[in-house]
Design a protein around this ligand. Sequence first.
Ligand code: DGT
Ligand code: CA
Ligand code: CA
Length: 601
Amino acid sequence: MDKKEIAEIFEEIGQLLELKGENPFRVRAYLNAARIVESLQDELGKLVAENRLTEIKGIGKDLAAKITEMVTTNRLEFYEKLKSSLPAGLLDMLRIPGFGPKRAKIVFDKLKIDSIEKLEAACKSGKVAALDGFGEKSQQKILEGIELVRKFASRHHIHKARAAADAVLESLRAHDGVIRCSIAGSLRRCRETIGDVDFLVSAKPKDAPDVIAAFVATPGVITVSAKGETKASVVLKGGIQADLRVVADDQFAFALNYFTGSKEHNIAMRARALRLKNLSLNEYGFSPAAEKEKSAKELGSSVSCKSEPEIYAALDLGYIEPELREDMGEIDAAETGKLPKLIEMSNLRGAFHVHSTWSDGIESVEAMARAAQELGLEYIGIADHSKGQRQANGLDEKRLREQADEVKKLNTGFAKEGFRIFFGTECDILPDGTLDFDDETLALCDFVIAAVHTNFNLAADAMTARICKALAHPRVTMLAHPTGRLLLEREAYAVNMPEVIETAARHGKIIELNSHPYRLDMDWRLWKHAKELGVKCAINPDAHSIDDYQSLVFGVGIARKGWLTKADVVNCHHLKQVEKTLTSVRREHQHAPRSTPALPG
Ligand code: DGT
Ligand code: CA
Ligand code: CA
């Protein structure tokens, strides 16, 4: 097991113990251990081998033994026993947003409820509302939560799908019978969440059965749902469904194009082939429209294409990157040579929105800076929470000043290495649209990220006015996670995004593309329009640990889906240039018309 898996098990143990009504200190020890393990820099296998686990703060003998057991045997007897001592349905209930172990224990103890179905029935008959500490409102919330769980159950966060898929792809690639292989489907298109993972392989017909057999036997596979001559379906670790198709190599490009989708893009491509070339197009190739569809399957493609760019060229189109294949204008743009040169991971020069131990991050400012430097970045922007975020150890004015001093000191050293820490804050936007710090305090900062963290339930016009007012503030540089959504967990709050985007454009403000795989906010569907209005993007890792920098790759993927180029993304600027950008955001604001939207009520 790796760090993430072990951390998840510790977290689950914490919840299970809480469900059992165990001592809160014991519960907290496991929850802490989860955080510690997840953020360990050293390799676990090495720490185990050298017997050094207990040297880590927060890891005692008992936890060390448990980690060792998981690393060496891939299981944990304590956890398995604990889990089997409780009804499985009780654990499922914990997936309901806002419904933690404490509440689960109450409904279990008082009403003998041990499954989502029973909980739903009890809510519908009003029994839950009658419990001490629940009431009508929380009963309604639980019902809504159950609906969300069902809606989200069949989809997965992109980082989990990516990790599971990459492991399988690697073992496919290593197989002798495999000529070419790729991930297709929504994962290749970098959708924000993934239904199932699609794999495509080309192989000689004689090798296909062997490739299929190897695929279903891959260590990442936990169940085999279907297995045929040329395809198979399995369930990967984490409950992620996956499909594999094996095709002949001369069909590979066509199959890759078809199974990458989207379905809407495929339909548009097929229509174009018919209209323009009188050809029908399917996963096997092109065939003359007059003939039956299956002729490409039997006779081979009437136009041979070795790679996807050749398919697009055959239809007089420039190559369309997978992220753009959503039938949102990409075919017209490919026809007229207006496709953007999409941003790439290697274009990133820095990262704003980085947390440290000053608030709820787990590394010092210096460690976060060093790690970014090692990744080849030229700067980071530290933005810890403001004082309103008490539970996240938000900084008050005094601590913000102290942090500013620390950053200044660090920068004298870093300057010699051509690296810089920009000093900022992730400043709460209060319900009335004012900020958590006064102007004088905000003036300490090189940049200010304004963020909504409270009062998610405002009506759309009030929320929109709240955010727009913050955007109009001269000290605000950028807007954090504009809709507050948590993918597969919490819907966006009600807000009029077109108005927010227009306001950002009017004031020359930057909008964040938060690259945390639970957020990926602002949504990719909105970026093309934002960019047309001149709004710049910051791809922000919202990093609370060094590992969190890895999420930047998903931010870049979503930016690509939003048609963004490196010119649209401020953290693609080199250090000198970005210094000017931050200053000009402030200056531009002074020239912008001062139209602060009125707050209703
Ligand atoms: P997902 O799995 O829900 O995240 O989304 P996709 O896009 O991966 O969808 P999936 O796995 O059902 O199918 C993979 C691709 O296969 C899809 O993007 C396009 C293609 N495809 C599937 N069904 C159809 C269809 O009925 N017509 C066409 N033209 N293409 C299809
Ligand atoms: Ca899929
Ligand atoms: Ca599929």
